[in-house]
Design a protein around this ligand. Structure first.
Ligand code: ATP
Length: 320
């Protein structure tokens, strides 16, 4: 079973409008309300791939109940810790070929709930093979909270896949217990090492993966590069993953789908090239759908065959 963690879930509301009229009334006929948050996207994709998953994290109030009802409709098993505050709304207004987002920061989590969740998490991971941790932490929780949860998971010998950015990622990498895998995109990697990274500069990314001190103790790193595929580092070797061109419908959530593919591959002990291919296929399958964090497995085999995984530089490459 894969456990997916979402510490600050939201009820995502999308308002499609032809034009957004400022300082006046905008009426919407077809508002959509869905369970949101990066970890819930991961859980939805794993469920759509028909693999066992449990979604966990913190939920509260009427909005929390609505989110649980939405998860139940999608047959996503979930065991959230209930908190005594309302979970948040996030609003996306789709207008004039643009997207304007209004994101509530959500509840401030007190010490008691933080402690209670650690116990809840420790109980749940006993049943899991791997754990995904995605997204930002809610207010009130220190940036080293993921690091504390990684301690608990590592004690039970469960692999943690961490997909977060900024201070939470920095703290997790500085901590003595490490996640098994991180999946930054090129911008998140750049923030981590204080460099501007070009997604097409394989040499630069490879150099960072092999030499940045904060990355060396992480067994597996996948740098996802959108349409350019990915670059991975495992045991001092760099792997370049090349993907075909596709007709993208909506790439939002492709990183979450990629994490879902990685979690499934790790839980099924896939070989490294297969793991990398599965991860890329899941990201692409999400980009082919209009809905964020959704895949259609019918296209899986055709895409899988078109992905190439090669050592970088190629073993036949002669430098100088
Ligand atoms: P998000 O934050 O939107 O979830 P991300 O920045 O974490 O995404 P990306 O690197 O954009 O992640 O995408 C993850 C994977 O999804 C890519 O490695 C690739 O396999 C697939 N993908 C994303 N965008 C595209 C695209 N435009 N064309 C083809 N594949 C894509």
């Amino acid at each position: 079973m894969i456990l997916t963690l979402t510490m600050n879930p939201s009820l995502d509301i999308s308002y499609p409008l032809k034009h957004l009229v400022i300082n006046n009334v905008n009426r919407i006929d077809d508002a959509k309300k869905t369970a949101g948050g990066k970890g819930l996207n991961v859980a939805r994709v794993i469920q759509m791939a028909q693999k066992p998953v449990i979604a966990t994290g913190l939920l509260g109030g009427h909005i929390g109940q609505y989110i649980q009802d939405e998860l139940a409709k999608d047959s996503i098993a979930h065991q959230f810790l209930s908190i005594n505050q309302e979970s948040r709304h996030c609003i996306a207004i789709l207008h004039d070929s643009a997207q304007t987002e209004i994101l509530e920061s959500g509840p401030t989590i007190n010490q008691q709930d933080q402690q209670a969740f650690k116990q809840h998490f420790a109980n749940l991971i006993a049943q899991a093979d791997v754990v995904t941790m995605s997204g930002s932490l809610p207010k009130g929780i220190a940036a080293n909270y993921y690091a504390q949860l990684i301690d608990i998971a590592n004690k039970q010998h469960k692999k943690v896949l961490l997909d977060c950015s900024g201070q939470a990622l920095k703290e997790a990498l500085q901590h003595h217990e490490k996640p098994y895998l991180i999946k930054p995109n090129h911008e998140e990697l750049g923030l981590l090492v204080n460099k501007t990274i070009d997604a097409t500069n394989v040499e630069q990314i490879s150099d960072i993966l092999l030499h940045a001190p904060e990355l060396q103790a992480i067994p597996l790193i996948i740098v996802s590069l959108g349409q350019y595929g990915a670059l991975a580092r495992y045991q001092q070797q760099i792997w370049r993953v090349s993907i075909p061109r596709i007709n993208v419908i909506n790439p939002v959530g492709s990183g979450d789908a990629t994490l879902a593919g990685l979690a499934i591959a790790l839980s099924e002990q896939s070989t490294l090239p297969t793991l990398l291919k599965r991860a890329m296929v899941f990201g692409m399958l999400n980009a082919l759908e209009a809905k964020t964090g959704a895949i259609n497995l019918a296209h899986y085999d055709a895409l899988f065959k078109q992905i190439e995984v090669n050592l970088y530089p190629s073993p036949h490459h002669v430098s100088g």
